[in-house]
Design a protein around this ligand. Structure first.
Ligand code: UFG
Length: 329
């Protein structure tokens, strides 16, 4: 297949580009490099520097490159920033989806896989979370992802564009050869922040709250290796093209780890005594988020290969050690 990956220079996008190439597809990447890195894009993929909001550019790429299917990552992703600047998120994320779907409609491209989020659920009533659980996001980021899913659903009914929404839980790790990995500025995620503290020995790392309703008081999250997550996109792509059916899947491991347990695992993996401060709550963090991914396992035939938490952290650590400045030289 010929696949367009929007946001293919980002953390999850670039790993998915590699998985698509390994699967034998031709890959075209569109990225505005706002948060992505040109060096993260596999040389075998064709690269366009541009914005998904530019509907005519997207339409031209879809037609010129004879694209069969799209995987859409290009979006803003910081929960905290979305609370501070909701309009930035609604504009980029929601308008980005509208622009992409308009272009797909014009170009006659009918298959879409979308990078959604567990943030669509908000504070879950029951754990683990199934796809049928109520969706009540508690921040603009999660709200935009849910709106994007709804826009896809109605566009399927009206225009026959079939789409799969993949709701990720917490993603970590790096490619197994450590050639690409996580490099955000600023870095806000737990695993890279712990590992940067391990590398620098700075004591700059803070755990946000230990008064949650969880066994040790710190938040519980469900971690997936980025390589397994990338593989799920390839499976979702084949599924939507073959079955011509829209659907939603959770991608997680069904195992929850508290922030303190992640820290303990990082201490074990790195052999470093990682200094940290116990700080106040960050705001907008649900106590626990754990996925029921039975549906992805049975319908998409997704079988994560790297679901041991020490292995996930070890692969992220290899990336941090070999790329102390991320993608910058
Ligand atoms: N945390 C810290 N210190 C840090 C960074 C994070 O204690 O320096 C804590 C957070 O408060 C939270 C946990 O670590 O309790 C995980 O935080 P992340 O920022 O790594 O991830 P989130 O759970 O907030 O968000 C991630 C994705 C979202 C997605 C969500 C769904 O970034 O896009 O998982 O589970 F919606």
């Amino acid at each position: 297949m010929r696949v367009l990956v929007t946001g293919g220079a980002g953390y999850i996008g670039s790993h998915t580009v590699n998985a698509l190439l390994e699967d034998g597809n031709d890959v075209v990447v569109l990225d505005n490099l706002y948060t992505g890195h040109r060096q993260a894009v596999n040389k075998k993929a064709k690269f366009y520097h541009g914005d998904v909001l530019d509907t005519s550019l997207v339409t031209n790429i879809l037609m010129d490159e004879k694209i069969d299917a799209v995987i859409h990552f290009a979006a803003y992703l910081l929960v905290g920033e979305s609370v501070q600047e909701p309009l930035k998120y609604y504009h980029n994320n929601v308008s980005g989806m509208i622009s992409l779907l308009k272009a797909m409609k014009t170009a006659g491209v009918k298959n879409l896989v979308f990078s959604s989020s567990a943030a669509t659920y908000g504070i879950p009533k029951d754990l683990p979370i199934k796809e049928t659980a109520p969706t009540n996001p508690i921040n603009p980021y999660g709200e935009t992802k849910l709106m994007m899913e709804k826009i896809m659903r109605w566009t399927d009914k009206a225009d026959g564009i079939k789409s799969i929404a993949l709701r990720y839980f917490n993603v970590a790790g790096a490619s197994l050869d450590a050639s690409i990995g996580e490099d955000h500025a600023p870095e806000t995620h737990l695993v890279p922040n712990i590992l940067l503290a391990a590398k620098n020995g700075t004591g700059n790392f803070t755990i946000f709250g230990n008064d949650y309703n969880t066994p040790d008081g710190t938040n519980v999250r469900d971690y997936v290796h980025v390589v397994d997550l990338a593989q799920a996109h390839v499976l979702a792509l084949h599924y939507v093209v073959k079955n011509q059916k829209s659907d939603v899947f959770n991608l997680g491991s069904a195992n929850g780890f508290s922030n303190l347990e992640i820290l303990q695992s990082a201490i074990k993996v790195t052999g470093e005594d990682i200094p940290y401060t116990m700080g106040p709550r960050r705001g907008g963090d649900p106590d626990s988020l754990v996925a029921d991914s039975t549906k992805a396992r049975t319908i998409l035939n997704w079988h994560p290969q790297h679901d041991n938490i020490d292995d996930i952290i070890s692969s992220a650590w290899k990336w941090v050690q070999t790329h102390p400045n991320g993608f910058s030289e």
